[in-house]
Design a protein around this ligand. Structure first.
Ligand code: RIB
Length: 313
């Protein structure tokens, strides 16, 4: 591809309020935590930012609230060069917010208040149709109404546009609505929410991916496995894509880093395996800094890391 990939993200934008603590309070208890971080987040916005930093032209379809966070979120997209023509403020609703708790080993727990994200409706897909038709890939998650996600999948299928769904946060899914989807990319708990099969190791992940592929019309399932890399599965075969060793301080947003970068690598013409391996590294590197979007690497830094990893092999 001689031009930059065009990625459209239909999804959420939140503000993340992240607290770092050695432990978390019991009911009725007050304790001191170590650190706090305020940053732009939301699975959709994070994936858009990762794709943009990897070099794509990115457009976002989203809803933000009529509060302090709404205009700031739109401003953040603009500063990064993300098209905000279809990001609108909704009167009477708060912006999406996410109180996040991070343990010393980098593990996170996230609460999401969806706020204005819930106001993104199928009619908004129609309003963005011209821009979406020009995309190489449409990327979706589950922090907006499911009816909008399903509508966008069917739009992408009708127009022959590659479509990636990150079914996060995990919830029960209408399998028939996923027919025609190119990539379903859950983490372990999201994969379990869809399939009912607990994912504790690679063997479980393979069984789970096989189950999802057999019961849906999805072409590929990629289960992200945190520090264990990812599993790329089709109806014919599955392959474990190895992780890269990194010093994790905050794993929040690593799945989003994987998805945004994977969409770009794929649109650049890389094989699924190559794109998945690079996305593993991109996601791993994102865990070496705190926060979500602010921990993502730009393409120059990422390519240097990738070249370094290749030299080690
Ligand atoms: O995946 C991480 C994201 O989940 C955070 O940015 C938070 O906003 C929630 O959407």
């Amino acid at each position: 591809m001689s031009r930059s990939p065009r990625i459209a993200v239909v999804g959420s934008a939140n503000v993340d309020l992240t607290t770092f603590s050695d432990r978390f309070p019991r009911p009725g208890e007050t304790i001191f935590a170590q650190k706090f971080d305020l940053g732009f987040g939301g699975k959709g916005a994070n994936q858009a930012v990762a794709a943009r930093l990897c070099g794509a032209e990115v457009a976002m379809v989203a809803r933000v609230g009529a509060d302090l966070f709404g205009p700031a979120t739109i401003d953040n997209f603009k500063k990064l060069g993300i098209d905000t023509g279809h990001v609108k403020q909704v009167e009477g609703l708060s912006s999406g917010v996410a109180p996040i708790f991070v343990e010393p080993n980098g593990q996170n727990r996230i609460l999401v208040v969806k706020g204005a994200n819930d106001a993104l409706k199928p009619i908004d897909i129609d309003a963005a149709a011209e821009m979406l038709r020009a995309a190489d890939c449409i990327v979706l998650q589950f922090e907006i109404p499911l009816e909008t996600v399903y509508y966008a999948i069917s739009f992408a299928k009708k127009k022959g546009i590659r479509c990636i769904l990150n079914p996060a946060p995990g919830q029960t899914v209408e399998m028939s609505a996923l027919a025609g989807l190119d990539y379903l990319i859950p983490n372990e708990s999201e994969a379990e929410a869809i399939s009912g099969i607990a994912v504790r190791n690679l063997e479980d992940a393979k069984k789970c991916a096989e189950g999802i592929l057999a019961s849906s019309g999805v072409r590929r399932v990629i289960i992200t496995l945190g520090a264990n890399g990812s599993l790329l599965a089709s109806r014919e075969a599955s392959e474990h894509l190895s992780p890269f060793a990194v010093n994790t301080v905050d794993s929040t947003g690593a799945g989003d880093a994987f998805i945004g970068s994977f969409a770009v690598f794929l649109a650049e013409g890389m094989s699924e395996r190559e794109a998945g391996l690079r996305a593993n590294l991109y996601a791993g590197l994102s865990t070496t800094g705190i926060g979500t979007q602010k921990s993502f690497y730009d393409r120059v830094r990422f390519d240097a890391e990738w070249a370094g990893q290749r030299l080690k092999k």
